[in-house]
Design a protein. Structure first.
Ligand SMILES: [Zn+2]
Length: 491
């Protein structure tokens, strides 16, 4: 990842005026690639998948080249209300897709263990065709065939993620978890099956009743129908869209991420922490106890499941969903606000995964969803032409006086406000830290640094700090977050 990024940086340096003559031809190619026909690696997926695609090297070049709009992949998710027949067909599709996934996974694991064979979607889809011929599995024919193929393709991706150490070994899918199936939308007939904000028709299922909460501005190639654990249905898809960079604000903002306030900015704004999980924790615990009790009773009696058990589980899932939705809503609004306000947003390079290992703060920290906050800011910043910089993990952001630069030797967490012994200025702990984050992230230049680089209309070279691998906001993922400490040692 970092190697790729370094290469990318070299490219951008080469291309930044006035030295861009060397590769001007190449830059125009990039522009063509990005502007006309961006490939999948040029966009970032959003919402729940929470996986940042590695951004195309070109898109960086292209922005510094001065263009202000770009192609992105934006995800949409809408609630749908399928009728009884549609629910039945969806259940068939989901069941078959799950069956194919599980069986293919078992086959894959076993044939590797026993014979050292490796399989992929191509070899497995032949197998699925064979299964359809077998009498016990003829019911597989009732499902949409694209759904089954897609399950195998998804499994290939799951394995690729596992081999790249981004994910754990793929697991079997359970009947009672959330279910999802993906439909390929035939692009030759797309005009008949998709009208943004009006119509969505899926193969074998027909026209769905969709709650169009907003109107997508692109055409999807695929649609995922998901059923969550409370039994609600959603459709989600990604569209290729062009976004315009937001007008420059000439502001640099530092964000101190914490537990008391999820985000405190250098200009003194405190977001507060709504603690969605904590607010529902008692209820969650109670509902969870009910589910467990019924589970136990079920096991004792040797029954498979009961209606009461099912109802209890749905009740629990609804509370979980409410927590997740409230948290998502809060974070989306907060991050959009941050990106709207400043051209350059500075964060501290936190080791979230390491902090989550601390059991005392894990729940509170997980509830605050710190890494999601950063991920969301990253992709929004990328879309709207903002830049993200990082202060070092070991920079004394809390101990330093942001006015005179005096550095305390100790600063226990209990101290929320203090007065500088050197210059006598009173500081709020978090706001002071946010100011210091700006200081360190922008390379320790007194008075901050003029944000000419992100829009770079005149082709100003960003300062050294901005070109360190830390500013690779678009290419940073959870994984690189964890390894960035090692990078520092090497540096
Ligand atoms: Zn001071």
């Amino acid at each position: 990842m970092n190697l790729v990024w370094c290469a990318a940086l070299k490219e951008t340096r080469k291309l930044t005026p006035p030295a861009c003559n060397i590769d001007r031809k190449r830059a125009s190619q990039c522009r063509t690639i990005c502007g006309m026909k961006p490939d999948a690696s040029n966009g970032i997926r959003t919402v729940d998948s929470v996986r940042l695609a590695v951004t195309c090297i070109f898109s960086k070049v292209w922005r510094i080249g001065g263009m202000e709009s770009q192609s992105i992949l934006r995800s949409y998710k809408f609630r749908i209300y399928p009728n009884a027949a549609q629910r039945h067909q969806l259940a068939v599709d989901m069941g078959c897709a799950r069956f194919v996934w599980n069986r293919a996974l078992a086959f894959r694991s076993e044939s590797y263990k026993l014979r050292g064979e490796r399989h992929n979607q191509v070899s497995l889809s032949k197998l699925v065709t064979q299964w359809k011929q077998v009498e016990e599995m003829v019911w597989l024919r009732e499902a949409n065939s694209t759904v089954l193929t897609q399950a195998l393709i998804d499994q290939d991706k799951a394995f690729a993620n596992f081999f790249a150490k981004r994910a754990k070994y793929p697991r079997f899918k359970k009947r009672h978890d959330g279910q999802s199936v993906r439909y390929q939308l035939d692009q030759r007939q797309i005009a008949r099956n998709f009208i943004a904000g009006k119509l969505l028709r899926l193969p074998k299922i027909g026209t769905l009743k969709v709650r169009w909460s907003r109107v997508p501005s692109g055409i999807p190639k695929m649609a995922t129908v998901a059923k969550d654990a409370c039994g609600r249905f959603f459709v989600s898809f990604t569209c290729e869209e062009t976004v315009e960079a937001w007008p420059a604000t000439h502001q640099v903002i530092g964000v101190d991420v914490g537990i008391k306030d999820i985000a405190v900015t250098s200009d003194g704004d405190k977001s507060g922490n709504p603690k969605h999980l904590a607010a529902k924790l008692r209820r969650l615990k109670r509902y969870q106890r009910r589910v467990s009790r019924k589970e136990l009773a079920r096991k004792k009696a040797g029954r498979k499941t009961s209606n009461r058990h099912r109802r209890a589980r749905i009740q629990l899932a609804k509370v979980h969903a409410r927590v997740a939705h409230a948290r998502n809503d809060f974070l989306q609004k907060l991050t959009t606000d941050l990106v709207r306000r400043a051209d350059v947003i500075c964060f501290e390079d936190l080791h979230v995964r390491g902090m989550l290992r601390n059991r005392k703060i894990a729940r509170v920290l997980g509830d605050a969803a710190v890494s999601r906050l950063i991920t969301l800011t990253q992709y929004k910043a990328h879309w709207y032409g903002r830049q993200i910089l990082y202060a070092g993990r070991w920079d004394p952001t809390s101990k330093r006086c942001s006015d005179c630069g005096y550095i305390h030797s100790e600063m226990p967490l209990s101290i929320r406000a203090w007065t500088c012994p050197e210059c006598g200025v009173s500081h709020d702990r978090d706001i002071n830290a946010a100011r210091n984050i700006v200081f360190y992230a922008t390379g320790g230049k007194p008075g901050g640094w003029a944000p000419a680089a992100p829009h770079a209309r005149g082709g100003v070279n960003p300062p050294e700090a901005a070109t360190s691998p830390k500013d690779s906001c678009e290419t940073r993922t959870e994984a690189s977050h964890a390894t960035s400490r090692m990078d520092r040692v090497e540096a």
